[in-house]
Write a protein that binds this ligand. Structure first.
Ligand SMILES: *Cc1c(COP(=O)(O)O)cnc(C)c1O
Length: 484
C-alpha cells in the first residue's frame, strides 16, 4: 500500500480521538451523573468500608483493543475504587490529615485538562505560568516573605519539601567534600518526607541531630542552641534546621520565632514545614502562632490539606529565589529543542524552580475554589475546624481520657488509660477502640505511637467534618469504654 492510501485509513481511525460528535455529550453526562451520585450519597456513605484483602489483591484493571462503554468504566470505578477502604472525601475522615476535595478543584482540573495549557515555561504559556506564580506570590505575601521570594506548585508536600532541601543543600555548598561533617537539625516530630528528601537529595551521609522535645512536643530551642554550638565547636558544619508549623502527629507548632534566632545566630538555612498547618495563618486568632514564619528561608504548605483541595497540590516558597533557581534550572545547551525559550527572562518559569518540566497545569485547581468561594469561606471553615477540635478536647477529657495537651490547631492525641492498667493493657485497650470505630465505619480515626505509648489521633481538616462527626466519635468512644 502506498503512503497516501495508508494515511487515509490511519487518519480515519486516529480521528476517533477527537470527540466532535454526540459522544462528548454522552460521556460528559455519564461523568456528571456519577459526580452527582457520589456527592449526593456522601452523607450516608461510610468513612471506612471493610473489604476482602484477597479479592482486592486479585482484581486487575484490564486494557483491551476495543472501546468500552463509559457506563461500564464508571461502574468499575464505583465498585472497585470508590467502595473499598478509606473514603477520603467523607466528613467522617478524621484520621491521618484529611482535606476532602472541594468541588471547584474538579472544575479547575477539568478545564486544565481540556485546554492542556503549558505551565512549565513562561515563553509557551505566559498566562498559565503567571497564574501559578501569582498563587505562589499570594502565599509569600500571606507569610510575610519579601516581594523577591518565589515558589512552585508541586504535586504535594513531599516534592515541595525536596525542592526546599535541595535548594538549601546547594546554597550552603554541601557536596561530597563536606557532607559527612554537615549537620541537619530536626525533631522526632518531623514528617518522614523530610528524611526522604534528605536521602533523595544526596544528603544521606549528613549528620542528623534530633533535638529533644519539650513536654508539649515542641522543639526545645535551648537544646537546639546548645547542640548547634557544640557541633560548631567540634569543627562540624551546621547548615539546616527544620521546624513544623503543625506537626502531623501532635498538631503542635514549634516556637518558630525562637528557632529563627538560632538560625540567624549560626547562619543556618531555616525550613518550616506547614504542609498540614500552614493555612491556619488565614485565621486571625491563629496568627500569633506563626510569628517568626517570615524569618524562615523556605516554607511548605499543602493546599490539598489546608485549602481542602483534592489531592495533587503542595506548595513550596523560598525567600532566596536565586538559590531555588540555581538548583533547578535546566541547562539550555542540554536541551536544544528549547532554545527559543532560553533567552527569555521576563518571569521565572516553574520548570526552572522544580524537578518537573511538563506537568499538569495545577494553577486552575487552586484558583477556581479560591475565586468561586472567596477567602472568607475558607477562613470560616478553618476556624470551625479549630473549634471542633476544642469541643472534642473538652468532651473527651470529660469522658476521662488522657490527652497530649490542649490542641494548638486541629490535630490532637488522646488515649484511655485506667490507673490500674499496665502500659501494654492500656495500649491494647486503645487499639481495640480503633477497631470498634472502624467496624462502625461512620468515622475513620488513626493512631500514633510516641515512645511506646499508643495514642488515638483526632485530625479535623476535611471541609465536610462538622459537629456531628465529633459527636459520633465521642458516642463510640463512650460506648467502647463503658463496655470494658
Ligand atoms: C502531609 C504532610 C507532609 C507530606 O505532604 P504530602 O502532600 O503528603 O506529600 C509533610 N509534612 C507534614 C507536616 C504533613 O502533614
Amino acid at each position: 500500500m502506498d503512503i497516501q492510501s495508508k494515511l487515509e485509513i490511519l487518519e480515519k481511525q486516529a480521528r476517533q480521538l477527537e470527540v466532535l460528535d454526540e459522544r462528548r455529550g454522552q460521556w460528559l453526562t455519564a461523568v456528571n451523573n456519577y459526580g452527582h451520585r457520589l456527592l449526593d450519597g456522601m452523607p450516608t456513605r461510610k468513612a471506612y468500608q471493610e473489604y476482602d484483602l484477597e479479592t482486592m489483591s486479585n482484581y486487575t484493571f484490564e486494557i483491551q483493543d476495543e472501546p468500552t462503554a463509559v457506563e461500564t468504566v464508571i461502574g468499575e470505578v464505583e465498585e472497585w475504587i470508590d467502595k473499598p477502604g478509606l473514603n477520603p472525601a467523607s466528613g467522617g475522615h478524621i484520621g491521618y490529615i484529611p482535606g476532602g476535595g472541594v468541588f471547584p478543584t474538579a472544575l479547575g482540573d477539568f478545564m486544565a485538562a481540556i485546554n492542556n495549557n503549558y505551565a512549565g515555561i513562561f515563553y509557551g504559556g505566559p498566562g498559565a505560568v503567571r497564574l501559578e506564580n501569582s498563587l505562589s506570590r499570594w502565599v509569600c505575601d500571606l507569610i510575610g516573605y519579601p516581594k523577591t521570594a518565589m515558589g512552585n506548585l508541586a504535586s504535594g508536600g513531599s516534592i515541595a519539601t525536596l525542592i526546599a532541601v535541595v535548594s538549601a543543600r546547594d546554597y550552603k555548598n554541601i557536596n561530597s567534600t563536606n557532607v559527612r561533617q554537615s549537620v541537619i537539625y530536626l525533631t522526632e516530630q518531623a514528617h518522614h518526607c523530610v528524611q526522604k528528601a534528605i536521602r533523595i537529595g544526596g544528603l544521606g551521609e549528613a549528620q542528623l541531630r534530633y533535638i529533644p522535645l519539650m513536654d508539649d512536643y515542641r522543639m526545645d530551642v535551648d537544646a537546639l542552641r546548645r547542640i548547634v554550638a557544640e557541633d560548631k565547636a567540634n569543627g562540624l558544619n551546621p547548615f539546616l534546621v527544620l521546624a513544623a508549623a503543625g506537626a502531623t502527629d501532635t498538631g503542635i507548632v514549634d516556637p518558630l520565632d525562637e528557632i529563627a534566632d538560632v538560625a540567624e545566630e549560626f547562619d543556618l538555612w531555616y525550613h518550616i514545614d506547614g504542609a498540614y498547618g500552614g493555612f491556619f495563618i488565614l485565621v486571625d486568632e491563629m496568627k500569633p502562632l506563626f510569628k517568626g514564619l517570615e524569618r524562615s528561608d523556605s516554607f511548605v504548605t499543602d493546599p490539598h490539606k489546608g485549602l481542602f483541595l483534592s489531592y495533587g497540590l503542595g506548595m513550596v516558597v523560598i525567600k532566596n529565589t536565586e538559590a531555588m533557581y540555581k538548583s533547578h534550572q535546566y541547562k539550555p545547551s542540554e536541551a536544544n529543542y528549547m532554545q527559543d525559550a532560553a533567552n527569555l527572562v521576563e518571569e521565572y518559569s516553574p520548570a526552572d524552580l522544580s524537578p518537573e518540566l511538563t506537568k499538569h497545569f495545577r494553577g486552575l485547581r487552586m484558583y477556581m475554589p479560591l475565586k468561586l468561594y472567596g477567602l472568607n469561606t475558607f477562613k470560616a471553615a478553618l476556624e470551625e475546624k479549630v473549634y471542633l477540635t476544642r469541643y472534642f478536647y473538652e468532651k473527651v477529657t470529660e469522658l476521662g481520657f488522657e490527652t497530649g495537651g490542649y490542641p494548638m490547631l486541629s490535630v490532637m492525641m488522646y488515649r484511655y488509660a485506667p490507673k490500674d492498667y499496665s502500659l501494654k493493657e492500656a495500649n491494647d485497650l486503645n487499639k481495640n477502640l480503633i477497631e470498634i470505630i472502624k467496624t462502625d465505619g461512620r468515622v475513620f480515626v488513626s493512631s500514633t505511637n510516641i515512645d511506646g505509648v499508643f495514642w488515638l489521633r483526632l485530625a479535623v481538616l476535611s471541609f465536610r467534618t462538622h459537629k456531628y462527626h465529633m459527636d459520633v466519635t465521642l458516642e463510640l468512644l463512650e460506648k467502647g469504654i463503658t463496655d470494658l
